[in-house]
Ligand binder design. Structure first.
Ligand code: ADP
Ligand code: MG
Length: 411
């Protein structure tokens, strides 16, 4: 009994150390090899738990194999998960060849289960991840109980119970530590982005402002020139192109100044349903021009606190991007409803989508993949939503489409 508890505590601590190791490695600024080091650590843990399992009666033992496999699969990736299962089977064949078929079947099933759960898991909140982890783990308990009964050790069910509880606890702790690490990393990244942006934008705003005045003068003189009857067709064309380009520059600068402007957004109660419906109607002619449809399902009387003008700007930016992302036509589905104290607004397009790298850069100032893009639309939108204490989430798949999800506190 004492040995059982001692072994169990040791295993528990060893598993937990994986979580702390993840935290330590991922918090390092320069760590090119963190993934490799972590993989090795997982492998060593797997080896130790298999070679020195928790013994509770003569010839009967439990181990924590599933935890390293779980971590590798969900925190390093499918490929590493599969690799680790291969390592597990190799170790198993070296240690106890007789049980290899059973273990192979078990982990085959587990791999398929992980595979099916992957998307749900990655989208879940921390607490749901823990529940999912425990759920997967608890599926093994009956098979272990069956093995106990079959080998005539049914009276050892207490050991199994304690062991299972400790495993659940270990897995929960590890998931929690790793998720908190990821959250901390994300916050650091956001903060860095915000700081850099604010310093640059303050400087640039003053420059942009200075450019606007001479541009107005140039535009005025060009217009005067355009009125001259002695101009050739070519000259007329050049002037109108120059005027168009000047207007475009002006729009870019105005957009930029709107962005750099310090927090002016008022926080008045506004009727979001009406604004969203109006904006959709407003964008409809642009969407028809580009062979796309806007399909709306907007609940009535959704209220938020914010600035009507600003929130309209966000919707226009997102809709415009969606329409532009569907060069060969398609639909944008607009949904709005109340969800747990928030108004949830969703825009789903069937466009070209984005790669992971593009998605990571979305919202950075001047990031654009379009020839005539400004790369400010999303930056402005993110800024507005943030000031309204809302959240914006983007999911995108290349070739399939993009979903923008906005949550704004009900007002
Ligand atoms: P712009 O539209 O001027 O390029 P934005 O800030 O509005 O600037 O968007 C930045 C970039 O994000 C776009 O150039 C595009 O590559 C990408 N993007 C935005 N929305 C979508 C979408 N719905 N589908 C695919 N890509 C998108
Ligand atoms: Mg845009």
């Amino acid at each position: 009994m004492i040995d059982f508890i001692k072994d169990l505590i040791l295993h528990f601590l060893m598993m937990l150390s994986l979580g702390f190791m993840y935290n330590f490695l991922w918090m390092q600024k320069r760590s090119d090899y963190k993934k490799q080091i972590f993989k090795m650590a997982i492998l060593v843990t797997l080896l130790v738990t298999m070679a020195l399992p928790v013994k509770f009666q003569e010839g009967m033992e439990f181990d924590f194999k599933l935890i390293p496999i779980f971590i590798a699969f969900f925190y390093l990736g499918k490929k590493d998960g599969l690799l680790l299962i291969a390592a597990l089977l190799l170790l198993q064949s070296l240690m106890d060849f007789d049980r290899l078929p059973v273990i192979t079947i078990n982990y085959g099933i587990i791999f398929l289960l992980f595979f099916a759960l992957e998307k749900t898991y990655n989208k879940s909140t921390v607490s749901r991840k823990i529940v999912l982890g425990i759920f997967v783990y608890s599926l093994i308990t009956p098979t272990r109980l069956a093995a106990l009964i079959k080998s005539g050790h049914a009276d050892a069910w207490m050991y199994l119970l304690v062991f299972s509880l400790v495993s659940f606890l270990a897995l929960s702790f590890i998931i929690y530590i790793m998720e908190m690490t990821n959250l901390q990393l994300k916050l650091m990244h956001d903060l860095h982005k915000a700081e850099k942006f604010s310093a640059i934008s303050q400087l640039a705003a003053s420059v942009a402002h200075e450019i606007r005045n001479p541009m107005t003068t140039i535009r005025g003189f060009m217009q005067v020139l355009q009125g001259d009857r002695n101009l050739s067709d070519d000259q007329n064309l050049f002037i109108s192109i120059s005027l168009q380009e000047l207007d475009r520059t002006q729009t870019i600068i105005n957009n930029f100044l709107a962005l750099a402007k310090p927090n002016t957004g008022s926080m008045n109660p506004i009727d979001l349903s009406t604004i969203l419906k109006e904006t959709t109607a407003f964008m409809r002619s642009y969407s028809h021009l580009r062979n796309t449809e806007l399909v709306e399902a907007i609940d009535n009387s959704l209220c938020i606190k914010g600035d009507a003008h600003e929130i309209r700007q966000v919707f226009v930016n997102i809709l415009k991007n969606g329409i532009e992302a569907m060069p060969s036509g398609g639909s944008i589905y607009i949904l709005a409803k109340v969800d747990k104290g928030y108004v949830r607004i969703q825009f789903r397009d069937e466009g070209i989508g984005m790669t992971k790298e593009q998605l990571a850069r979305l919202g950075h100032p001047y990031y654009s993949t379009k020839e005539k893009g400004t790369g400010l639309g999303m930056t402005i939108s993110y800024d507005i939503i943030q000031r309204m204490r809302g959240k914006i989430k983007v999911e995108s798949e290349e070739g399939k489409g993009t979903i923008f999800m906005i949550l704004l506190p009900c007002g």
